[in-house]
Write a protein that binds this ligand. Structure first.
Ligand code: FUC
Length: 348
């Protein structure tokens, strides 16, 4: 169990970016940046013991600052889209940056993915943790209240990566965080995710319009959105369904069943890598890299293309503050925002 830290560059405003690599006793590791709390790589074995990277990331900091589509980032204050870049709490309207077709995406222009977090490392007998803290000022990116946010990443000897999120505000606000890792279990991106398997424990999913704004909830039964039995990501993605057309593939929230079973799982048959996801959150947004810019060179010799990876963004329902189909997620000063997700890397 060990944490190594190295310089990973400097932001345009001169802040130092540090890369922390958390090693367990199996020679597996997870690298995390103080910038955006970004997971830069996750190194885990295939069935023959080859340790390879299973997430997308850049080799240099400059690329993160210039063109990252939220690779591995912490997303906040609010993940996903806030329709019309505004919301109301107790009769006051709050206006946000319209950074995505008139809507707010992933926290605005400078969300939690683009700020420097305070980092402390802790090494224990069977696990290594990084504690990240960020104070988001009242009015930052248009959101009310000073928000004191903590994120803990823990990596242990079972090759499990746990993320704990918590936050306190001094005024009513909205918070809905996630991690935006792009997974590809083939190892160093050898095969795209259409050839990998996915399970999502959800009887219902969220319908979206062509701007990926929620417009309702429907049963997955009989649709391409039925991942209750594990199936290839590519098996139904080209079906003639309006919801697939609206988003150009999968870019939808799934309402997780509250039945005590795992929330989601991903499997690459050839490498034998299997990942289980468990969360206490109500939803997971499954994004299949429909709009990924092609040809970007990444770490571990990967190159981006459509469907090179997939995101499983565990979170509360997107745009809940504005949508009648979901209960609002207002955080009051007397409450604490809390969320938990665990990714377990196994062999099958
Ligand atoms: C996911 C999607 C979005 C967007 C972003 C980079 O969260 O929901 O559509 O492309 O990733």
């Amino acid at each position: 169990m060990e944490i190594k830290s190295t310089n990973f560059g400097f932001t345009k405003s001169g802040e130092e970016v540090t890369k922390y690599t958390l090693y367990n006793d199996n020679d597996c590791s997870v690298s995390i940046l103080n910038y955006g709390g970004i997971i830069n790589n996750i190194m885990v074995p295939d069935k023959d013991g080859n340790i390879e990277n299973v997430v997308l990331g850049f080799d240099t900091f400059k690329e993160y600052e210039e063109k990252s589509p939220f690779f591995g980032s912490l997303v906040g204050r609010v993940a996903g889209r806030i329709s019309n870049a505004s919301f109301e709490i107790d009769g006051t309207t709050y206006n946000l940056a319209a950074n995505n077709n008139g809507n707010t995406l992933h926290g605005g222009l400078k969300g939690f993915d683009k700020v420097i977090w305070n980092v402390t490392g802790i090494v224990k007998k069977d696990s290594v943790s990084l504690y990240l803290n960020y104070i988001s000022e009242d009015g930052e990116e248009g959101f009310p209240g000073t928000l004191d946010v903590n994120v803990t990443y823990t990596f242990n000897n079972n090759n499990e990566l746990e993320i704990y999120y918590s936050g306190k505000t001094d005024k009513k606000t909205i918070v809905n965080m996630t991690n935006h890792s792009y997974f590809n279990l083939s190892g160093n991106g050898k095969r795209d995710v259409l050839e990998q398997y996915l399970h999502i424990n959800a009887d219902k999913y969220g319908l979206v319009d062509t701007e990926i704004i929620p417009i309702g909830v429907a049963d997955v039964d009989g649709t391409a959105f039925d991942f209750r039995e594990i199936k290839l990501v590519g098996s139904d993605i080209k079906n003639d369904e309006v919801q697939l057309k609206n988003a150009g593939g999968y870019d939808h929230p799934f309402m997780l069943n509250d039945d005590g079973n795992i929330s989601a799982a991903m499997y690459d048959e050839k490498s034998g890598r299997y990942m289980e996801v468990v969360t206490d959150q109500k939803a997971v947004v499954f994004y299949a890299c429909n709009q990924m810019e092609a040809g970007m060179k990444l770490a571990s010799n990967m190159v981006t293309k459509k469907h090179i990876a997939l995101c499983l963004e565990t979170q509360y329902y997107p745009d809940a503050i504005n949508q009648d189909c979901f209960d609002s997620n207002i955080l009051s000063p007397e409450d604490t925002y809390k969320a938990y997700t665990k990714y377990s890397f196994k062999i099958k």
